[in-house]
Design a protein around this ligand. Structure first.
Ligand SMILES: Nc1ncnc2c1ncn2[C@@H]1O[C@H](COP(=O)(O)OP(=O)(O)O)[C@@H](O)[C@H]1O
Ligand SMILES: [Mg+2]
Length: 359
């Protein structure tokens, strides 16, 4: 599901939300015929592998900012539009949150303005490109043409590809151009200027909100004022770009602990294991899950997803320390885990809010 082609993106935007499989009792689970049981487990496998997106405070905040910026950019004329950069570490939910926003934006624009423009072209409120590998300027321009499946995406120069992409953007009345994993652009020292000029060209010529997403964009100079390098082009990209980030969950304040608890309660609701109980995550596993994920939603979701698969397969039908201890997580969270676990065990730290009012 790369979502780098318009029809795939539309299918994603139009797809109804998955429906949660019914939670059976143990007795009803046992009473299922082998076929019905296989089907039930299959549905749960798919469900647990796709638990999201959950409306975390981080996602809600990001969406508010994105609506503010895109909607204030909908002014007429050729005034240059503000750009946005979502810059945060991997696994914090950049792609997930941005896609959820783009989905809503696409749906709203199509509902209000129809599937076709006044000129009779297909309307595509969103153009989304996911970068891979070592992408150069030409590849970036080509990727935009790939999104539209433009026949002129095979042969041409960087400039020709760029012009064709602009044509598509104009005729399809694109409003948001999202470039995900922008850190994959070749930012070699010598071509840093080339990159910034290119992004500036897009920001100036394309009447869109440019949504740039990536890791370490600040370090790559996207926002630098350009004085040190004397690079005026870079300076301009910086000035019109609003920088947004996504934070991990933290437990060093009461409000942070409350957010963590809300997240676990929301997750509990979605888990379809017949022996789950209220507080299974939010009470019994709060510290444990924080230590293993260090507050990173990507690690948390991986752990819960894998844990649920194992709980179904093994028949234990519930999540606890024993089972989760046997589930592997990514390397970065495993390293951070050991230190944090020591602190939690010494009770120097807790992930649980003092008041349980929020439950
Ligand atoms: N709001 C959310 N609700 C549920 N799962 C999420 C949410 N945000 C992120 N995830 C999960 O965390 C993982 C990493 O998210 P992703 O969006 O790919 O992060 P990034 O793009 O920042 O690297 C994904 O597997 C995704 O399913
Ligand atoms: Mg991503």
């Amino acid at each position: 599901m790369a979502l780098s082609k318009k029809e795939d993106f539309k299918a994603f935007a139009d797809a109804p939300r998955r429906s949660q499989p019914e939670l059976l009792t143990r007795a009803r689970l046992k009473a299922l015929s082998p076929q019905a049981r296989a089907e039930y487990d299959r549905l749960r496998r798919i469900w647990h592998a796709n638990l999201g997106p959950i409306k975390t405070p981080q996602l809600i905040e990001l969406h508010e900012d994105l609506w503010d910026i895109t909607d204030s950019n909908l002014q007429d004329g050729d005034k240059a539009k503000g750009a946005v950069a979502v810059d945060a570490f991997p696994g914090l939910g950049k792609t997930t949150s941005a896609l959820a926003f783009l989905r809503e934006f696409h749906r709203r624009e199509i509902a209000e303005n129809g599937e076709f423009t006044a000129e009779g072209h297909e309307r595509w409120p969103v153009c989304r490109v996911g970068l891979t590998g070592n992408t150069g300027m030409k590849d970036l321009n080509r990727a935009m043409l790939e999104f539209f499946e433009h026949p002129g995406r095979v042969r041409g120069t960087t400039v020709q590809f760029g012009r064709r992409a602009l044509d598509c953007i104009l005729s399809c009345e694109v409003r948001v151009l999202a470039l995900d994993d922008l850190h994959f652009l070749k930012w070699r020292k010598t071509s840093g200027i080339e990159v910034s000029n290119h992004l500036k060209w897009i920001a100036n010529e394309f009447p869109v909100t440019l949504l740039m997403i990536g890791v370490g964009l600040v370090d790559k100079g996207l926002f630098s004022e350009g004085e040190a390098t004397g690079d005026a082009a870079l300076a301009q990209t910086g000035r019109r770009t609003t920088r947004l980030s996504i934070r991990p969950f933290t437990i060093d304040s009461e409000s942070g602990r409350r957010e963590w608890r809300q997240m676990l309660l929301a997750l509990e609701q979605r888990i379809v294991l017949v022996d789950k109980h209220p507080g299974m995550l939010a009470n019994d596993l709060s510290d444990y899950l924080f230590a293993r994920s260090t507050g990173h939603i990507g690690s948390l979701m991986t752990l819960i997803n894998r844990g649920c698969q194992r709980a179904v397969r093994s028949g234990s039908e519930c999540l606890d320390r024993d089972l989760l201890d046997r589930v592997k997580n990514d390397e970065a969270s495993e390293n951070a885990r050991r230190e944090l676990e020591a602190a939690l065990e010494n009770r120097r730290l807790t992930s649980r809010p003092r008041s349980r009012l929020s439950a």
